[in-house]
Ligand binder design. Structure first.
Ligand code: NAP
Length: 336
């Protein structure tokens, strides 16, 4: 039974992975219904506001099924949001056991297990939970760590500079690299820059039509940015002395608390060097996406400005390397 549970839960996780980012801010969830060792129905949560995975699987069930087991990658919700609570759909005369991978960390949706137990349905939990959490890292980071999932992105020359000494950084990388950044932006709730980048680059910070645009967030303590800058067309969040102080490291935590309060589950930190340095130094980041172009500058603005020694560990795990013509992107994840 235990091994069967893992087998079917892995299939439910596969089902969850069929979802794309249309589900955000909801998590990706997959569900299977199994009778006598055979999958009789399955489903996944396709889009925010749409049917939950459990409902799709229940709707797909053939008639006259009884004593079946439901495998679901996340604890069925107990609250009414855009849809009815999933626990109301679980009928004990059809399903007599529910196997759950991860518990729901969202306090407003959790409590499903108790409601299922109250219906005298057996519950097994935490089956393949590490695997199922991995598909919803942003969701779990947001609810468990009470901050957004943080991706730091930069475009660099091979000698590690993000701009010439005079601030010019357009364009270090090629068009294909930049298109991949537009896609990355479309997958993030917010995009954060420092005020110097806003002034020097005057960026639009959008997805260039690749998908949804992230909310721009600018660190501008003195609120001195000119309203003619492109980002002001996008109703940006301006983080000023209203909440920030004179200590850049403290401010990183203050910024993340603010974004958490605003329900932002993921943030892309795009620079410049000062802004990135304090996220790196404070350890508040989950992924690093570094795009390298075959260029040398000899001197310029660095991505990281704190002096360290080689023995200082960076706690990074290499996840992926991609080629964009002559550029390449390396993705590191932070090890906790
Ligand atoms: N290649 C790339 O990927 C890339 C990406 C972005 C930018 N850039 C380049 O980077 C250059 C700008 O970088 P930069 O390092 O000079 O400036 P920056 O990081 O864009 O902005 C720095 C300013 O933002 C505010 N700030 C940032 N973090 C803060 C914190 N934790 N606490 C308080 N204030 C904070 C401060 O403003 P106040 O001093 O006013 O308080 C600080 O002086 C530009 O040349 C741009 O072209 C390159």
């Amino acid at each position: 039974m235990k091994n069967n549970d893992k087998y079917f839960m892995k299939l439910a996780i596969k089902e969850a992975k069929k979802a794309n980012n249309e589900v955000f801010p909801n998590p990706k969830v997959g569900c299977l219904i199994v009778k006598d060792g055979k999958v009789v129905s399955k489903g996944f949560h396709k889009r925010f506001g749409g049917r939950h995975a459990e409902q799709v699987a229940i709707d797909n069930l053939p008639q006259n099924i009884t004593n079946a087991t439901m495998y679901v990658t996340l604890e069925p919700c107990a609250h009414k949001g855009k849809t009815a609570p999933c626990i109301d759909l679980i009928n004990p005369s059809i399903i007599n056991r529910v196997v759950i991978s991860s518990l729901d960390p969202n306090p407003s949706a959790s409590g499903g297990i108790n409601a299922i137990l109250n219906k005298k349905i057996l519950v097994t939990k935490n089956v393949c939970s590490i695997k199922s959490k991995k598909i919803n890292q942003r969701f779990f980071t947001y609810h468990e760590k009470k901050r957004p999932y943080i991706i730091i992105k930069a475009a660099l020359t091979l000698d590690g500079f993000i701009a010439e000494s005079n601030g010019v950084s357009k364009w270090i990388t090629n068009e294909k690299s930049r298109q991949s950044v537009h896609f990355l932006r479309s997958n993030c709730d917010a995009i954060l820059i420092g005020n110097k980048t806003a002034i020097i680059d005057n960026p639009s910070l959008d997805s260039h039509g690749t998908g949804k645009d992230p909310i721009p967030v600018i660190i501008d303590r003195s609120k001195s940015l000119k309203k003619s800058l492109k980002i002001f067309k996008k109703n940006p969040i301006i983080l000023s002395r209203d909440i920030l102080n004179n200590k850049p490291m403290d401010n990183v935590k203050i910024i993340l608390d603010e974004l958490y309060k605003r329900n932002i589950q993921s943030v892309l930190v795009e620079g410049g060097g000062f802004t990135i340095t304090h996220f790196l130094d404070s350890g508040f980041f989950d992924e690093l996406h570094l795009y390298y172009a075959p260029k040398f500058l000899g001197s310029g603005l660095s991505i990281f400005n704190t002096i360290k020694s080689i023995k200082d560990s960076s706690n990074l795990v290499l996840k992926k390397v991609d080629k964009f013509n002559s550029d390449f992107r390396v993705i590191y994840k932070r090890k906790y």
